[in-house]
Ligand binder design. Structure first.
Ligand code: NAD
Ligand code: ZN
Length: 377
């Protein structure tokens, strides 16, 4: 099967990196790395976790060794709570002990947690070294591995410490999604619906159609195409607003990627980050943002129904009917504090037309009705 190659070329400078999407590409990661880096790296450090490494580590390491690089492996514990300073410290220690130089390479093999931590280690070790992303979850393939955001969580909040650091290349092998647990797939599909709703009917319909057929022995080729469409959309946004310019509020600013995240973050916080996967919380967040958009006469009932339909096709979301609206409003305050007092909602003026609206410009009743409706649904 022929692969797909997407180039992320940044508007601000000439530099670019490539995202390769091809089934069974993982076995040839060594040759691929050589091609993307341009020269044979002397040393390669694979950063992963035990879950992913036990499935794919051996073939990745042997492929990297086949191009005559010296390979070492550092595994972080599996879980969002380990995306923290102490794991970062341990990762940096491994790089130092193995005397990595700036000509060497880090390969991040895993989901968004591994990618964010490994990317941040690459950003700060020796003031920045090259790294390759090999995302193994759907969310990491279509979202976190594209766009150069890296970072860790602290006691004060998620992703508050980090850096923008572009990968030298991204390798997406959809084959690995066969071992991904069902809920992780649902979470990734919710982010895919988010991209579709922001992008327009072309990607929205491709996503909806894929989700409608996915249980009926859907071929790998259409999954590749879906991932390619998703990656191309994210790349189109980040290439022209890489660092999420705080003053930009237009329909193509990086800020719009937070669609579904205001309520999503609040829901994650209220449930102590335990009950829902991030993408599942975003699934509910898309519906709340859709309801608010409808309450403000921005979104038609028809299009809102389409949103419901596609979010439900992504998979079953955990029940949230026991959560009080008051707790959600408390959690909004936390997001507001982190954003310096300016909480923005990303709403839809129709599918494909996002608008950034300051919270203060929205009647509280429009938000309250939307939140209450989703909580009891
Ligand atoms: N940098 C960005 O722009 C960006 C964007 C979105 C999300 N994120 C971050 O991404 C993280 C979430 O990423 P995630 O959803 O990939 O979660 P994750 O990395 O925790 O992976 C989910 C689970 O799936 C397992 N797994 C991964 N690949 C597998 C495979 N192929 N087969 C079987 N199991 C597999 C992992 O071990 C883990 O248990 C969060 O920390 C979030 O902040 C970053
Ligand atoms: Zn997200």
């Amino acid at each position: 099967m022929k692969g797909i190659e997407i180039t992320v070329k940044h508007r601000s400078e000439g530099s670019s990196y490539k995202i390769d999407i091809r089934d069974s590409l993982l076995e040839t990661v060594g040759a691929w790395a050589l091609e993307r880096i341009g020269v044979r790296p002397k040393k390669v450090v694979v950063i992963s976790n035990p879950t992913v490494f036990s499935l794919y580590g051996e073939s990745v390491v042997s492929s990297l060794k086949s191009v005559k690089s010296e390979v070492s492996v550092w595994l972080m514990k599996d879980g969002e709570r380990y995306k923290d300073l102490s794991s970062l410290d341990a990762a940096l220690q491994h790089l130092s002990e193995n005397r990595l130089s700036r000509d060497d390479i880090i390969v991040a093999l895993g989901g968004g947690v591994v990618g964010d931590l490994a990317g941040f280690a690459a950003a700060i070790y020796l003031r920045g070294m090259r790294f390759l992303q090999v995302p193994t979850t759907l969310l990491a393939m279509i979202d976190s591995s594209v766009g150069g955001k890296t970072g860790i969580n602290t006691a004060f909040g998620k992703n508050l410490i980090g850096a923008f650091h572009r990968p030298a290349g991204v390798l997406i092998d959809p084959h690995v999604l066969r071992t991904l647990p069902r809920r992780e797939l649902t979470a990734g599909f919710c982010e895919a619906v988010k991209h579709g709703a922001l992008s327009g009917f072309s990607l929205f319909n491709t996503t909806a159609e894929y989700l409608a057929r996915k249980n009926a022995s859907e071929g790998q080729e259409s999954l590749e195409k879906l991932i390619a469409g998703q990656v191309a959309f994210k790349a189109s946004i980040v290439r022209q607003d890489e660092t999420e310019t705080t003053t930009r509020n237009d329909a193509r600013s990086r800020k719009i990627l937070n669609f579904g995240h205001t309520f999503g973050h609040a829901l994650e916080k209220v449930t102590n980050y335990r009950r829902l996967r991030h993408g599942e919380a975003v699934g509910y967040g898309i519906l709340v943002a859709g309801e608010i958009s409808k309450n403000l006469d921005l979104l038609s009932t028809n299009q809102l129904n389409l949103l419901y339909d596609v979010v439900h096709r992504a998979g079953t979301l955990p029940r949230i009917s026991d959560i009080e609206a008051a707790a959600i409003f408390e959690a909004f305050k936390f997001d507001k504090k982190i954003s310096g007092g300016n909480l923005n909602w990303i709403l839809l003026n129709g599918i494909g037309n996002p608008v950034v609206v300051p919270e203060n410009d929205i009647p509280r009743s429009a938000i309250k009705r939307a939140v209450e409706k989703i909580l009891i649904s």
